[in-house]
Write a protein that binds this ligand. Structure first.
Ligand code: PA5
Length: 460
């Protein structure tokens, strides 16, 4: 795989007291105080690497890239529609990728339009709400034989995803011209003893792709979970992995100021300890709104824990919030600027838009003349700068992640940056960032309520 450079920058100046004042800003010595913990965390993460934890090794799996490309090519040439069925970490990465990198109206463009890149329409269903599935099936009606389904579940047993699998399998069995074994791809844990989906794929001959056992759902976007739909969509998966790999290298440094993920984790952790447990991610890009949702899941499931690594009942964890600029300037921003001092904001600034779009070059009313001869990008940047300065003047700590543009490499970098940041945060909060006992309990209670053998319903 071609070597790439990392271009992601983290501007943390507005987190410090020089910018937002001593009451709400951090001191450099507070950050220095965490240096030893970051050194130890780097060593601990390195020790788990490839053993208990595998997300950081995903960019190096060149064999997988070839397998995924081949399968994607076949799917692209046979199908008009590609549907991902999954929950949580099995779906959010896919939503993030397509929201970020496809044409914003991909599914509405004519099939032959160059911006479709020869890809089928792509749908990601991450909620079992039956009305949504019914709605999707309305859209697909008449095209079922030309529709492929990618059922994704690490555990191979989540009720939401399995129910959708059962429904779609039966529908395809009943529909003339359809064949579930040909049209359904299963992405799951490769160990048959762990995953029912895997056992089904072996028994019935479904094509299956692996989610490595040491990669949890919310860390799996750079595995076959996200790569297959990306490749089906005509995206550059090698570029995405290349970006991730370049970031991965930076995130291994034991020096906090040289390691953007460790630095970010420290800043948010210190602010949380100073009474700012709410962490807002606000990309100034409509295309990165999926990233903000993906981040919320990564942060909430990894860090929101009852038990700590060495102590029970710590009930800890920051609260992630997703926002998007400029949309939320007209909604959440009022609260962020004037509400309680319990938040930190991370902006994502994209330095280059897709193409410059002039607002208007000719006449305009005198009150609107300031907009003539300018581009939408000028205004977009001005709005971000205005918001950032307003936040600073109001003593609201904030930082900015800068990426050159929204492309495969940058997205790969962002995924790896946040996955490492949550790994460092787990060490700082002293929790296991890789389990999700609360999620499992709710799944087990659901099984119990639905009468699955071996599971008890929750107490009334
Ligand atoms: O990150 C996680 O582990 C979870 O959010 C899972 O992705 C989610 O619960 C779906 O689980 P599974 O992929 O096993 O169906």
């Amino acid at each position: 795989m071609a070597r790439r450079e990392s271009h992601l920058g983290l501007d943390a100046a507005n987190m410090f007291s020089d910018a937002v004042g001593p009451e709400h800003g951090l001191r450099q010595d507070e950050l220095d105080g965490l240096a030893g913990r970051i050194e130890r965390s780097t060593a601990a993460i390195a020790e788990m690497r490839g053993e208990a934890v595998g997300f950081m090794e995903l960019p190096g799996d060149e064999g997988l890239v070839e397998t995924v490309r081949r399968k994607a090519q076949e799917l692209r040439s046979h199908y008009k529609n590609f549907v991902v069925l999954g929950a949580g970490g099995s779906a959010l990465g896919n939503i993030t990728i397509h929201t970020a990198l496809q044409h914003p109206y991909h599914n509405l463009l004519p099939a032959g339009h160059p911006a479709r890149r020869g890809a089928p329409r792509i749908f990601v269903v991450d909620n079992l709400d039956p009305d949504w599935l019914i709605g999707l099936l309305d859209v697909l009606s008449g095209e079922l034989p030309e529709t492929a389904f990618n059922v994704i579940s690490k555990s191979g047993s989540t009720a939401a995803t399995m129910s959708q699998f059962l429904h779609v399998r039966e529908l395809l069995q009943r529909t003339k011209g359809c064949d579930p074994v040909r049209q359904i791809i299963l992405t799951t844990d490769p160990r048959p003893e762990e995953s029912l989906l895997r056992r089904i794929s072996r028994r019935d001959g479904y094509y299956a792709l692996p989610i490595p056992p040491n990669v949890g759902g919310r860390f799996s976007v750079l595995s076959a979970v996200g790569l297959l739909s990306a490749a089906v969509g005509g995206l550059d998966i090698a570029g995405m992995l290349g970006g991730a790999s370049a970031m991965e290298e930076r995130c291994r440094s034991a020096r906090v100021r040289e390691n953007p993920a460790a630095l970010y984790a420290c800043l948010l952790y210190l602010q949380c300890r100073r009474g700012k447990p709410i962490s807002v991610l606000m990309p100034y890009s409509h295309f990165l709104r999926g990233l903000a949702d993906w981040y919320c899941q990564l942060w909430a499931e990894s860090l929101g824990k009852r038990d700590g690594l060495s102590e029970k009942d710590v009930f800890t964890g920051p609260t992630p919030v997703a926002s998007v600029g400029t949309t939320d300037e007209h909604s959440m921003m009022q609260l962020y600027q004037d509400g309680p001092f319990d938040k930190v904001i991370t902006f994502v600034e994209v330095q280059e838009g897709r193409e410059p779009l002039p607002i208007c070059e000719g006449q305009a009313e005198p009150e609107l003349r300031y907009l003539t001869g300018r581009t939408f990008q000028d205004l977009f940047s001005a709005e971000l700068e205005a918001t950032r300065r307003a936040m600073r003047h109001k003593h609201r700590p904030n930082c900015t992640i800068r990426i050159p543009r929204v492309d495969e490499e940058a997205l790969g970098e962002l995924f790896m940056f946040y996955e490492y940041a949550v790994a460092y945060s787990g060490r700082l909060y002293e929790v296991n960032a890789y389990d999700q006992p609360g999620v499992e309990l709710a799944k087990n209670y659901t099984y119990g309520l639905m009468g699955r053998e071996g599971y008890e319903p929750p107490p009334p």
